[in-house]
Design a protein around this ligand. Structure first.
Ligand code: MN
Length: 259
């Protein structure tokens, strides 16, 4: 009997130890570059941490070998916002309203996404990150909303990042609707481009009232993106969009346990 009690006590000690030994998934975060400085907003870093992941900034490179070495070490991928993407990458001539383009970052973003998805690494794209996800998988963009979308609303808000400025309608039954527990939401908005033709295997899961695409997801739910900035809300202490990051971390845990 004493032996049994001892064995039970040992088990009770070991089980929580075993659980805590399971490592948090590592979430690669894409960066931007300013001169010779790699940059990532703390908003993204804080959101990944808050969701239970370990943030890992992926330095900018156009080397596929280096990108593979980084991908070896991550369990999930968060693609961040930034500049316009070169229209040549989705077979369009540039709009008169094309903004700053960073060719090396274009190559870096599209290569990371394609190689991550090939490996089964889950991908969450935000703003430019969502647009790059769509381009990488064969879709294209609306290059400039004000000059091309009839009756467009304002998608470049003047309010701070933690504040909503327009509403979106969310597709019932989509991953996004499930994660947020709603079919409508108010979001922030800092873009003049948006997803145009959706990549094969992906669907639109949210639109603004002027029809502009605000979210996409893949049929298998392992890659998804939003045009708004959920990290801006998380960073300012509002957690209604934290489930998006938590979902990435959950998928990353699953990927990690299959590795
Ligand atoms: Mn918007």
């Amino acid at each position: 009997m004493k032996k049994l009690i001892f064995a039970a006590a040992v088990l009770m000690l070991l089980i929580p130890l075993g659980l805590s030994a399971q490592k948090k998934p590592v979430i690669g975060i894409s960066c931007s570059i300013d001169g010779s400085t790699v940059e990532v907003g703390m908003t993204y870093v804080v959101s990944v941490r808050k969701a239970g992941g370990v943030p890992f900034v992926i330095p900018l490179t156009t080397s596929e070998k280096e990108i593979d070495e980084y991908l070896d070490r991550i369990d999930g991928l968060l693609m961040t916002g930034g500049e316009d993407v070169s229209s040549l990458l989705f077979n369009q001539e540039p709009s008169l309203y094309q903004g700053e383009v960073v060719p090396n970052r274009d190559k870096y973003d599209l290569t990371i996404i394609r190689r991550a998805i090939k490996r089964g690494i889950p991908v969450f794209g935000i703003c430019r990150g969502e647009q790059c996800l769509n381009i990488a998988m064969g879709g294209d963009l609306i290059q400039d909303i004000p000059s091309t979308v009839p009756d467009a609303i304002q998608h470049r808000q003047n309010a701070p990042r933690g504040h909503a400025s327009h509403t979106i309608s969310i597709e019932k039954g989509s991953l996004l609707a499930k994660l947020l527990g709603t079919d409508s939401a108010a979001v922030n908005s800092f873009h003049h481009q948006a997803v145009g033709k959706v990549a094969p295997g992906y669907k639109v899961t949210a639109r603004a009232k002027d029809g502009v695409v605000e979210a996409i997801e893949s049929a298998d739910g392992k890659s998804f993106g939003v045009q708004f900035h959920p990290e801006g809300f998380v960073y300012s202490g509002s957690y209604e969009f934290l489930p998006l990051f938590e979902h990435l971390v959950k998928l990353a845990s699953e990927y990690s346990s299959r590795k």
